[in-house]
Design a binder for this molecule. Structure first.
Ligand code: 4AD
Ligand code: MG
Length: 460
């Protein structure tokens, strides 16, 4: 019998579970993939999932009493990955009065699954799964990651929409390197004579410069899109393609933007804990003991905020030998960040007022002539998840900062115009979306937070 012979409409498994009282005693049809199967002498159990619910639904097949399901169908269904359509009566689960299961009356095979299907009951390593990104999404881990990724995206939008921020879309192909760090991928049209865009073009490393333009009209804006960096660092927290959330607010100083960051982090944590209880329980069980409590603490407590100079003092007094020695003026390395978050504070930390020379040209220069009004938010286990600052709003100071870095000022006319035409104090930040996901799930490699990770030497 083909799939088309069914005239009943599928019920989503999520619907069955959330409205179970409407369904108990009724005959329904569900479709999904077999996630688990086992059998006893008299009964076969299939767990199937259509993806609507994190947890599968159990299908119970009484072999003796169920003549409509023949031996051949049953043996074809008894493989992980097979797609099936089942109809049967919804009943209260035998072992759990809060759950339901389906007593099958008809089973149809929609698509068989070949014997070399690599997702089997035996737990496979994340390393192995990285070699099969097209299939790993079917595992519990990646279904949970994708579901939390979805919830986190929506939480971010909800936060900004509630606060009157406009969602803007900044270009992915740009002329300049926003961070001035020389880490951009070039965009070329090989068969085109000369530069396709009339000038060298690259994939964006950040939408900040364009977000600043929009903030000078709309007041408060945010972007949420892909960014690309050709960083040749093969670490567990760097991706060549990652998503960044960037907020930009006019008439806002560094303290104001730190408050926005704090409120956003608390909001999105609470939102995901509320919308994804099953997934978060899964991460707690399999990836990070204490995860939910950790996040709850962050949502409920104030954030630690220290000056860069205090960070340096703490590191110098730590008694640790770091690979990169600590003196005023150095950029904080991962090992330094991790000491501050994982060992010293055991909580997220805002570090504020970094030395001018380790940060980007656009950051507001403090009156001391040495530091800029910049902040990084560091979190245990991951390190930096957010970089932000007040922006230099003074035309002459900005030009001076660019000259000091030997930047080509001709490339930044539009950016400088913002300081000519009604300049105002303004601030913004960028959240590395996958790093936030790592922090929220306990997943320790950024490659396991994306559908198809892109990193140096990796293009699967
Ligand atoms: O600190 P970054 O470089 O800041 C900016 O790009 C600013 N323009 C943001 C702004 O103020 N609008 O990057 C922001 C965040 C980092 O804190 C980190 O979480 C993430 O983006 N990030 C990466 N995530 C994954 N892979 C990479 N290669 C990343 N580089 C930065
Ligand atoms: Mg940074």
């Amino acid at each position: 019998m083909s799939y088309n012979n069914f005239y009943m409409v599928d019920v989503k498994i999520q619907d069955l579970k959330t409205k179970k009282n409407d369904y108990i005693g009724k005959t329904v049809q569900v479709s999904g993939w077999v996630k688990n199967c086992r059998e006893s002498k008299t009964t076969t159990f299939l767990e199937i999932n259509d993806g609507s619910s994190f947890k599968p639904v159990q299908i119970v097949i009484e072999k003796e009493t169920n003549a409509k399901i023949n031996e051949e169908t049953l043996s074809r269904a008894m493989h992980l990955g097979v797609a099936v359509t089942v109809s049967g009566v919804v009943v209260t689960a035998f072992n759990n009065p809060n759950n339901i299961e389906i007593n099958a009356e008809v089973i149809n095979i929609v698509g068989d699954c070949a014997a070399d299907y690599p997702i089997q009951k035996k737990k496979t390593s994340l390393e192995f799964l990285r070699t099969i990104p097209h299939l790993r999404v079917r595992t519990n881990t990646f279904m949970a990651v994708m579901r939390v990724r979805n919830a986190l995206s929506m939480a971010i939008h909800n936060f900004f929409q509630k606060r009157g921020y406009f969602y803007i879309h900044t270009p992915l192909i740009t002329g300049g390197d926003a961070e001035g760090a020389g880490e951009s991928f070039q965009v070329v049209a090989p068969d085109f004579k000369g530069h396709f865009f009339g000038a060298p073009a690259s994939l964006t490393v950040s939408g900040q410069l364009e977000a600043e333009e929009a903030a000078m009209a709309l007041g408060r804006v945010y972007t949420f899109g892909p960014t690309f960096r050709a960083e040749n660092s093969n670490t567990t927290r760097h991706a060549a393609e990652f998503w960044m959330v960037e907020a930009e607010a006019a008439f806002t100083n560094i303290d104001g933007i730190i408050d926005v960051v704090r409120d956003m982090i608390k909001f999105i944590i609470r939102d995901v804990l509320a919308t994804c209880p099953d997934e978060m329980a899964f991460f707690e069980n399999f990836y990070e003991k204490g995860l939910i409590n950790k996040l709850q603490q962050v949502a409920d407590n104030d954030f630690v905020r220290i000056d860069y100079i205090e960070a340096i003092e703490i590191l110098q007094k730590s008694g640790k030998t770091f690979n990169y020695p600590v003196t005023w003026g150095v950029d904080l390395q991962t090992e330094h960040e991790r000491y501050l978050t994982d060992e010293y504070f055991k909580s997220p930390v805002f570090v504020v007022n970094y030395p001018r020379d380790v940060k980007a040209f656009y950051m507001k220069q403090n009156e001391d002539g040495k530091t800029v009004a910049a902040t990084d938010l560091l979190v245990p286990g991951v390190g930096e998840i957010i970089g932000g600052s007040e922006r230099e709003a003074d035309y002459d100071k900005l030009v001076a900062a660019m000259q000091a870095r030997n930047m080509n000022i001709d490339n930044y006319h539009s950016y400088l115009d913002l300081r000519k035409f009604g300049t105002v104090p303004h601030s913004g930040y960028g959240l590395g979306f996958e790093r936030m996901l790592m922090y929220m799930t306990g997943i320790t490699n950024i490659r396991d937070t994306q559908l198809h990770p892109r990193a140096v030497g990796e293009l699967r």
